[in-house]
Design a binder for this molecule. Sequence first.
Ligand code: GTR
Length: 328
Amino acid sequence: MNWLKKFAVLALAIAVMVGFSVSAQAKEWKGWNIHVPGYPNTVALDKFADLLSEKSGGKMTLKMYHSGTLGSQPDAIEQVRVGALEIANFSLGPLGPIVPEANVVSLPFIFKDTDHVWRVLDGKAGEMISEGCAKKGLIVLAWYDAGARSFYNSKKAINKPADVTGMKVRVMNNDLYSGMISALGGNPSPMAFAEVYQSLKTGVVDGAENNWPSYESTGHYEVAKYYSNSQHLIIPEILAINADVYNKLSAGDQKILRAAAQESAVVQRDLWKKREKASETKVKEGGAVVNEIPEKSAFQAAMKPVYDKFLAANPGLKPLVKLIQETP
Ligand code: GTR
């Protein structure tokens, strides 16, 4: 062999070796998160990434992108579905328009309280929602807590449905929420999470609705100080992975992935409970004016057209709605 041939053989061997190690070392996954550093979900997602590489000996690696830097939630849902991103933490709210089963949790007041949601998710209803997500390309690895959402605005305390009349209220991207605000006589304004602060500040909208931690972490309490504890929506969140990516994993890797996700959910839910209280205290100290709703039943009654319209359009979801309502 002359030197040229020797060189060619060596180069080929190196190329094969490099190629082999690249295929054995799976590519780093990209993860989407809307929340800022320090938020319970953010901490839990970083923990998830750590656990994943630890438990898989570096075979599965994930880089989390926080603060919505990879785009709005509706966009990110599409990105994970098509596989441009692998992992994300989504609220079931903006998932509703894509996954019909997931939309059921966006019916106002469907859950009795924030504990009821876990009894529901641990049972058949949780399975049905997960199956619905899988059909749309998203595998649910774990459930995260997002507490209850209440109304807040820059004008006045809301005590009764009529107080919402004429108010411009930001909602997440989902017709159910627009229907909810319209049923109260307000003007719904669907908008991305990142735009809400400025819109409240400049009066593009009068109000919005969210849980204590998001009301606080976004600074919305600085520009919309009336928080009325309506707790009209209790929307759980998912830690999800693209279905193709998941299905290509070995059974062993799927198990590791699920175990890491479950562990991160324990962290998230624990941090969530603490953050709810801490956020409530912080916004009150920061000038938020908080009121309880004297008669929640008036708000519940006002939601009848929202339920009627939803069930008429989705007759197949009646059993799931009933199942949730009848879960003790
Ligand atoms: C938060 C939720 C986010 C996002 C946001 C919103 O509570 O965790 O995923 O849905 O609300 O209002 O857009």
